[in-house]
Design a protein around this ligand. Structure first.
Ligand code: FAD
Length: 498
């Protein structure tokens, strides 16, 4: 707990940085509080943005809904495609694949999740693959998509990050945000309170503010360099610290899946957009080097390169505090978890919603700061565990990278979940956790953990009844999927407004 502070109404907000985080903050604040605030956003074309971050999860739809963003317009302007899940290839072992899809699998009983009925069905030889009972997964396998009534299909998007920032800029400027081009050369602090007072640009222009949002990316110019907030490093659990990214021309139709392909010392992503494909390799510099990583990526992309390969460095972890004094970090400045589950943009959105819920209009209270930081920490810890799971639970032993991942000691919270599932088939979602039971189950089964037992409720069903129950679910899914158009065709028609 820090000392009680003097309260000052917040009217002038300065957002430092205009990547996805900066412009999402600008959109969120201006749409909700724009008439009461003077909002300025500083960005530097010369520095540019990280330029990746193109796969999302379904929660982005909530953000767009709050902003009243029209989906068709968003998709057309960002060349977006639909995403139904992630295809994990070579993660359990080389040559083995599974899909972590959105949506639900089967039907739960209040005492026992669907996985228990599936487990029993498998024992009796009447169950198919676990994925046969998930609509989104079956549709993704056949590359089909349509909007179904009553949110019958749970989906997210792949989108062009640069176009998304421009789309949100237009949106924010309509709500009064002023963009200022330039490099921040100096951050001026109030010597007594320690708060940030103004940002001086290299042009000499000085921007004063009451509240500063640090969206300067990995540089963390305000929260790290100026406010001196340290960083908790998680590289003992998440070995990757580098990535090389490359855009290529599309080859064939866009599929509604992000591909995540395990490689010798990392993994490769492939994100299909309407006009191109985003590719990259995330890797650990402890186990390979830039040249080898680039060679692996180049050997495994389809289509002609549209950009020069770009190497990025990062440290997995989080800031000890994301809000300190009158500075709040959102986006990469606040911490980073590698993108295997596309969670960064979600965390940006969560930061914005939390800020709007706790907006300190009448002045900053230390209690708000403490609450904000506690919520942000809990949120990222759950996601961290879920991401570590993918590495810990692997049968791969072919390279030192995978052997070390399988052998590492993981956080106790994660080890407990793995043990519980392995021994009993049970999974419980922690309150306010992003990933629900179905996500944990898909990844744990996909990575090769088959529970030792199932819940007794499943035994109350006779074999014939169980076969009928399971067949009823998969049959209905197959009939629905057969009627869906191809994803490629649907995206083209939807964006063209036909
Ligand atoms: P940036 O995009 O780096 O923006 C920083 C801004 O600050 C820029 O405008 C820059 O010009 C400005 N700036 C910095 N210093 C100064 C200065 N001195 N003066 C003025 N301006 C300054 N997330 C997902 O959700 N899904 C994904 O699939 C995904 N994939 C990723 C893959 C990789 C390899 C990496 C590294 C990240 C990925 N992410 C992903 C994360 C995602 O890219 C970021 O969360 C998102 O782009 C937000 O970045 P940002 O706005 O915080 O930072």
């Amino acid at each position: 707990m820090e000392q009680a502070r003097q309260k000052r109404p917040i009217r002038k907000v300065v957002i430092a940085g205009g990547g996805t985080a900066g412009w999402m903050v600008a959109a969120g604040l201006s749409k909700s509080l724009g008439r009461r605030l003077d909002i300025k956003l500083i960005e530097s074309d010369e520095i540019g943005t990280v330029g990746v971050g193109e796969a999302t999860i379904p929660t982005l739809m909530n953000f767009h809904h709050l902003m009243e963003i029209d989906e068709r317009e968003f998709m057309a302007e960002t060349m977006a495609t639909f995403k139904l899940g992630i295809s994990f290839e070579n993660w359990r072992d080389v040559g083995l694949d599974y899909i972590h899809s959105f949506g639900t699998t089967g039907t739960d009983h209040w005492t026992a999740g669907f996985q228990h009925f599936w487990h029993k069905g498998r024992e009796r030889g009447v169950a198919g693959d676990y994925g046969d009972y998930c609509l989104e997964l079956k549709a993704s396998l056949q590359s089909r998509f349509a909007h179904l009534p009553q949110n019958g299909m749970n989906y997210a998007y792949h989108m062009d990050a640069g176009r998304y920032a421009r789309f949100l800029r237009k949106f924010s400027e309509r709500f009064g945000v002023e963009r200022v081009e330039g490099k921040i050369a100096e951050v001026r602090k109030d010597l007594i309170s320690g708060d940030i007072r103004a940002l001086r640009l290299d042009s000499g222009v000085e921007l004063e503010g009451d509240l500063f949002i640090d969206c300067t990316g990995f540089r963390a110019l305000l929260i790290g360099e100026t406010m001196g907030v340290g960083y908790e490093d998680w590289s003992h659990w998440l070995f990757n610290d580098s990535a090389v990214a490359l855009q290529t021309k599309s080859v064939g139709d866009a599929i509604p899946l992000t591909r995540s392909i395990g490689r010798e010392a990392g993994w490769q992503w492939r994100i299909p957009l309407q006009h191109r494909v985003g590719n990259g390799l995330v890797y650990s510099s402890r186990y390979t080097d830039d040249e080898a990583a680039l060679a692996t990526l180049q050997a495994n992309v389809e289509g002609e390169a549209l950009t020069q390969p770009r190497v990025l460095r990062f440290k997995p972890g989080q800031r000890h505090q994301t809000w300190k004094g009158n500075c709040i970090a959102i986006g990469l400045a606040s911490g980073f978890l590698e993108p295997i589950e596309s969670t960064s943009i979600h965390l940006i959105q969560r930061g914005i919603i939390r800020l709007m819920q706790m907006f300190p209009s009448d002045g900053i209270s230390q209690a708000d700061i403490d609450e904000y930081n506690a919520q942000a920490q809990a949120e990222i810890h759950h996601i961290r565990d879920f991401i570590i799971l993918h590495y810990k639970v692997t049968d791969r032993r072919d390279t030192p990278y995978w052997r070390d991942a399988a052998g590492m000691k993981v956080p106790a919270s994660l080890q407990h979940r793995i043990d519980l599932f392995r021994e009993t088939g049970r999974v419980f979602r922690v309150p306010n956790e992003l990933f629900a039971e179905n996500s944990w189950i898909q990844v744990m089964l996909g990575q090769g953990i088959l529970p030792a037992q199932h819940h007794q409720t499943a035994d109350l069903m006779g074999d014939e009844e169980l076969a009928h129950f399971l067949g009823g679910i998969s049959g209905a899914i197959d009939r629905t999927v057969a009627q869906l158009p191809s994803h490629q065709q649907y995206v083209q028609q939807y964006c063209a407004g036909t």
